[in-house]
Design a binder for this molecule. Structure first.
Ligand code: HEM
Length: 507
């Protein structure tokens, strides 16, 4: 195929029929109808799980059509690994991500690849995620985690079950707000979610609904939802503007936190700074991206731990061994919790909480040597199915087993098949932040409580672009008085934790 020249690609939805010359070789659901396509029988509230169902039926690459919009989905390990080739593919800003542009604009997450503010913000903000920066956030992360422990102690004493996703959201919102922006939302003093969280969930849900309700009908069908969305966006903007105004007006700084970087730091080479409107976009991006997904990851991990007391006991033993009776574990002591990390990785394998990412061809190419794609053609990678591909993860891929992340097992697997944080240059900037925070919190909780599930609870996954276990409540018991022999501590370096998300190699 001839290569095309690199002019900017048109924005807006690009249907698969334009970019995939041999689209008819890709299967689609049976009973497709003219005009409406594959819309009948779809679950509009759970589009991800719907696509997972079709993926299992149709194979590692398939397509679905909603009215005039046709989308190619990919989940096979080989295909996803091919899409990770940065020389041929890049992030595609489409569907849900593009639907967030009205609120997040050219902020890091939603910026088009060719927008200059992406590189500028990336270079200015990346040092905010260095090892030193992370070590600086650690004491604040601990302070917030202690607020959670106080709350859970009170619930336990009162014999009440805890609302896991609700409390994890309080924890992760406070953590990113305080470490990144020196702001206290006071979440733990409230009985209901902070209005910022309600407005955020509103905009995420609206962005997801716009994926499944087609263009011409959306202005009619989503009229009321669009009005609510306007109000939600206005609330997010007001909150962020107040936060920035308070910092600008204060004498002190945030001692080099993310907001300081946004306001004060010039690009090391060009001397450019972020413009005020872009700062607003970035603050919203970080407040939202920085807590919603980590909250879900912690919630799923706690669900699995409560269902697997043997795994919880092994993780607890490791915490005892590594932390002893240190009241406030240090930064390095979290990094040494290899097994707790594996529990987290395994939860993110089964339920990666940002469950899809899109990749577009940089120039005409052939996917996996089989499917021709024109420049700009794109596919959506369904991460939860990629993470369950039996060719990569074995016939028991649905089983929760943290030992899949034992160093030897990781080495034996093909590269680019574990992608909870996306891939390439646009992979998650907050990955280490999320992993450190979540490992710390899981360890603190395991050390303090036995987790008892509600016997009637069956995992239900709610979707709002991100995924979260719906209605998950756990009972807390004090740690069992039975003395256990602590397991030997695994001193091998963490395999996936130190792997570069771009190359898959150790970093
Ligand atoms: C378990 C927690 C998290 C998960 C599963 C997650 C997942 C992801 C994924 C899949 C992407 C790539 C999306 C795409 O390709 O379209 C991404 C990007 C991003 N994430 Fe995260 N994330 C997490 C936590 C965080 C945290 C804690 C922060 C900030 C403190 C953050 C900030 C961002 C930003 C700014 C981007 C855009 C990066 C860019 O394009 O340059 N995330 N994340």
């Amino acid at each position: 195929m001839a290569e095309t020249t690199a002019t900017a690609l048109p924005r807006g939805f690009r249907g698969a029929e334009l970019g995939w010359p041999q689209l008819d070789r890709i299967p689609h659901p049976p009973h497709r109808l003219p005009v409406v396509g594959d819309v009948f029988g779809t679950d509009r509230r759970r589009p991800l799980q719907d696509s997972m169902r079709y993926g299992r039926m149709l194979g590692p690459v398939f397509r679905r059509k909603f009215f005039s919009r046709e989308i190619v989905f990919v989940w096979g390990g080989r295909l996803a690994a091919d899409l990770a080739d940065e020389s041929r593919f890049a992030k595609h800003v489409g569907l849900g991500v593009a639907n967030l542009r009205p609120v997040a604009g050219d902020g890091l997450f939603t910026a088009y690849n060719d927008e200059p503010n992406w590189q500028l913000a990336h270079d200015v903000l990346a040092p905010g995620f260095s090892r030193e920066a992370m070590a600086g956030y650690h004491p604040m992360m601990l302070d917030v985690a202690e607020q959670l422990l106080n709350r859970w102690d009170a619930e336990q004493a009162a014999g009440r079950a805890v609302d896991v996703p609700g409390d994890m959201t309080k924890l992760t919102l406070e953590t990113i707000a305080r470490t990144g922006f020196g702001h206290d939302f006071g979440s733990f003093e409230r009985s209901r979610p902070h209005p910022f969280v309600t407005a955020m969930i509103g905009t995420l849900t609206y962005a997801q609904r716009r994926n499944v309700v087609p263009g011409p009908l959306s202005s009619l069908l989503l009229r009321d939802a669009a009005r609510r969305n306007e109000a939600d966006m206005a609330y997010l903007n007001r909150t962020v503007d107040e936060l920035v105004r308070a910092r600008r007006g204060s004498d002190g700084s945030g001692s080099g936190d993310l907001l300081d970087r946004m306001l004060e730091t010039a690009h090391p080479e060009t001397g450019e700074r972020l413009a005020p409107e872009n700062i607003r976009r970035q603050v919203i991006t970080f407040l939202v991206a920085g807590h919603e997904t980590t909250s879900g990851a912690l919630s799923f991990a706690l669900h699995y731990l409560s269902r697997h007391p043997d795994i919880a006991a092994r993780a607890r033993d490791e915490v005892d061994q590594v932390w002893g009776d240190t009241a406030r574990p240090g930064y390095e002591q979290v990094a040494r919790l290899r097994y707790v990390r594996r529990v987290l990785d395994e939860s993110l394998r089964l339920w990666p909480t940002a469950p899809a990412y899109a990749r577009e061809a940089r120039h005409d190419t052939v996917l996996d040597g089989v499917h021709p794609m024109r420049r700009g053609a794109w596919a959506l990678v369904l991460t939860p199915l990629l993470h369950r591909d039996p060719e990569v993860w074995g016939a028991d891929a649905e089983r929760f087993d943290p030992d899949r992340f034992e160093a030897g097992a990781v080495r034996a697997r093909p590269g680019h098949t574990f992608k909870p944080f996306g891939t390439g240059a646009r992979a998650c900037i907050g990955r280490q932040f999320a992993l450190h925070e979540a490992t710390l919190v899981l360890a603190l909780l395991l050390r303090r409580y036995e987790l008892r599930p509600d016997p009637g609870y069956r995992l239900r996954v709610a979707e709002r672009l991100t995924v979260i276990p719906e209605g998950l409540r756990l009972h807390l018991d004090p740690r069992s008085a039975l003395a256990r022999t602590p397991a030997a501590v695994d001193e091998t370096p963490p395999p996936s934790g130190t792997r570069c998300p771009v190359t898959g190699r150790g970093d």
